[in-house]
Design a binder for this molecule. Structure first.
Ligand SMILES: C[S@@+](CC[C@H](N)C(=O)[O-])C[C@H]1O[C@@H](n2cnc3c(N)ncnc32)[C@H](O)[C@@H]1O
Length: 299
């Protein structure tokens, strides 16, 4: 029988600890899914592990087992943990050249449509929705548009509905707006009060904010534009593929799909249904019909 060296033994221990951590994470995600219906089991592991470890530290717990016990027995504590399991970072006119491209390439093509349905999936606290509303106003498309802004996290949706953002961020937002080809100054669209800016309420007249979980929910009506930016980077390939099928089933023929700059449709079966309009800022146009049965969506 081969003799184990000290190095072999410590490698075994590390491997064992890693397997146990993975198993505990699986148990935690299973507990969250079975108790609350939120399915994080197909999120990419590395960043999810980091965020959950931070929660264990924040709550001064000793290990994952204690976290499982806490979320199963304390709904309020779960809501806080849940809020930290998703990454909600966003800004107005984030990646301004995406908005510039949308303004110059997509908006002119939308002029001939009698009405428009636009879905912002994973809209977080709403900055990207208000940005699009401003763009639609400036391109004369707003009045015929119905905008659906959805997210898995009810707490960020509440903030999105209010449209109140920090004054501190306004300088960055104004710069982004300018770089995106904005026609006026951003302050034309908000009122500053104390430490906040309050977005003009006329911007949200045509917006419906709603809960929607890309991992478990189904198609969200027939859309001409779907914008889902900086959400899919947190999903594994299987879940990304589910979402691309969902979007392809939701998008009308000739509709536009917009992703974040670090995301791509390229490795999905759905890629063949689209033409790429902007490869850097990930704007795709659906140019092929598909056989509905070939785009079944797993539950
Ligand atoms: C980093 S933010 C992106 C916000 C915005 N789209 C942007 O690009 O600035 C990611 C958002 O996706 C949401 N999200 C995560 N998982 C989701 C899911 N399964 N269904 C819907 N939204 C989800 C999070 O709650 C979060 O608000």
């Amino acid at each position: 029988m081969p003799i184990k060296t000290k190095l072999d033994a410590s490698t075994d221990e590390l491997e064992n600890a890693h397997q146990n951590n993975e198993l505990e994470l699986d148990l935690f995600l299973e507990a969250v899914f079975r108790k609350y219906g939120y399915d994080f089991r197909s999120y990419s592991r590395a960043s999810l592990t980091r965020r959950i470890k931070t929660q264990i530290e924040r709550l001064k717990l000793e290990n994952m087992c204690q976290l499982i016990h806490l979320v199963l027995h304390d709904e309020k504590a779960f809501i806080e943990v849940f809020d930290h399991m998703t990454v909600n970072v966003t800004e107005m006119f984030r990646d301004p050249y995406f908005y510039k491209s949308f303004r110059e390439v997509v908006a002119p093509q939308l002029r001939s449509y009698p009405s428009l349905k636009i879905w912002h999936a994973g809209c977080s606290t709403g900055q990207e929705v208000y940005s699009m509303c401003i763009l639609l106003k400036e391109t004369g498309l707003y009045d015929k548009a119905q905008i659906y802004a959805t997210d898995i996290d009810p707490q960020v949706l509440e903030k999105a509905k209010k449209g109140i953002f920090s004054l501190e961020a306004a300088a960055l937002y104004s710069r982004n707006y300018h770089d995106s080809g904005g026609l006026h100054t951003l302050s034309d669209y908000y009122t500053a009060r104390y430490d906040n800016i309050i977005m003009d309420s006329s911007l949200k007249k045509n917006v419906i904010f709603a809960d929607h979980d890309l991992a478990t929910d189904q198609v969200f009506s027939e859309m001409q534009v779907i914008i889902c930016r900086n959400v899919l980077i947190y999903f594994n390939h299987g879940l990304q593929d589910r979402v691309f099928r969902l979007f392809s089933n939701s998008l009308d023929y000739g509709g536009y799909l917009c992703l974040g700059s670090k995301e791509s449709l390229r490795f999905s079966d759905c890629y063949k249904l689209y033409d790429t309009l902007n490869s850097k800022y990930k704007i795709y146009k659906k140019t092929h019909q598909h056989d509905l049965f070939s785009l079944q969506i797993n539950r």
